[in-house]
Design a protein around this ligand. Sequence first.
Ligand code: PLP
Length: 445
Amino acid sequence: MTDHVTGGPGLPQERRLVTAVPGPESTALQARKIAAVAPGVGTTLPVYTVAAGGGVIVDVDGNSLIDLGSGIAVTSVGNSAPRVVEAVTAQVESFTHTCFMITPYDGYVRVAEALNRLTPGTHEKRTALFNSGAEAVENAVKIARAATLRQGVAVFDHAYHGRTNLTMAMTAKNMPYKHGFGPFASEVYRAPLSYPFRDGGLSGEEAARRAIDVLDKQVGAGNLAAVVIEPIQGEGGFIAPADGFLPALAEWCRASGIVFVADEVQTGFARTGDLFACDHEGVVPDLIVTAKGIAGGLPLAAVTGRAEIMDAPHVGGLGGTYGGNPLACAAALAVIETIEADGLVDRARAIGKTMLDRLHAFGDDRIGDVRGRGAMMAVELVKPGTTEPDPELTRTVATAAHAEGVVVLTCGTYGNVLRFLPPLAIPDHLLTEAFDVLQQVFEEH
Ligand SMILES: *Cc1c(COP(=O)(O)O)cnc(C)c1O
């Protein structure tokens, strides 16, 4: 087997292919995976990693691939980022777990203080920590129900909130997330989103009015505990609602006593060129859910929000064995320090501008829409001159990019969106090279 390879930004920042992708070692491991791992856990690109850092992933065959996925927007500060490695190493040598609900530790409190300070709004806040985005979304719903004594939860078309029972109910797309896994949690209602590419010119305010009408007439504002929304949708296709949509929705929630919950699991922590995507229009959610980019790859998630809402559940009503694990908290503090010290919010904007310019310059009439914000960018692929989705082309382009050593992900309700989520630690020359490869792939297919 391959010797230990140190990752982090010290890895050679180059695309280097020494075998086919996947190579023989990866192919052998994939055969073992198929025999040993439940097939429901799929694999986008069966290339087995030995090290990663900066903008590259190095595989067992010695190939070095350019990473435009960040493990789904997780390693925004880069893989094995130096401050994260140092903080987690120190923590693992001190203690690995006590359970915060038994004998607590200051790392958890410091993460809570940081989130209370950094998330939108200057009101008094509290935070609770969990392990995964889905678990945190579930807890946001629990908290909203406890605070409002109502039960209804409003979500949107194309939404993705996770794979647990309640979050499957909240997620829109049947395949692969829900099919055959019901019955789902009740009291979840779906409203139409603002989707500028497919909305026939509806303004943000008009789209909000349409959504509010559905909820008002079909559910009743007085029955809703929470409206839960991704400020820019992730798995649903990187759909950024028209300006004005989120503020109008937030305002209606405020006037109706509904808890407005921003699911910033994918958009949070500098990804979109703001620390949080809600900051873009100055929207202040009552609760904000964070995970993915929060801890540089260690499992951590949070619900942060208004003290009077967060204080509603009884003592012992929230928690979990591992929630706010000390290693994950040490990593999160290092991530926050890295974002601030390395200016990663500005870096995300610069990366976004580069990606936007490159994608527009492709001039390909199968690219129906280029959208996103900051280092969260996507193209929606369609049959030329129409809005008819082209998932086959999307798969073809992604597969061809993988073979050339560029890791890209797909998403979207119709499977026709290529998304780009580079680590914010990626050097410019790799970003340029990745888009050179993509341009060539588009020209050849
Ligand atoms: C990934 C994601 C989740 C679920 O997070 P997990 O950590 O996979 O449970 C929830 N909401 C959004 C917007 C996501 O992108």
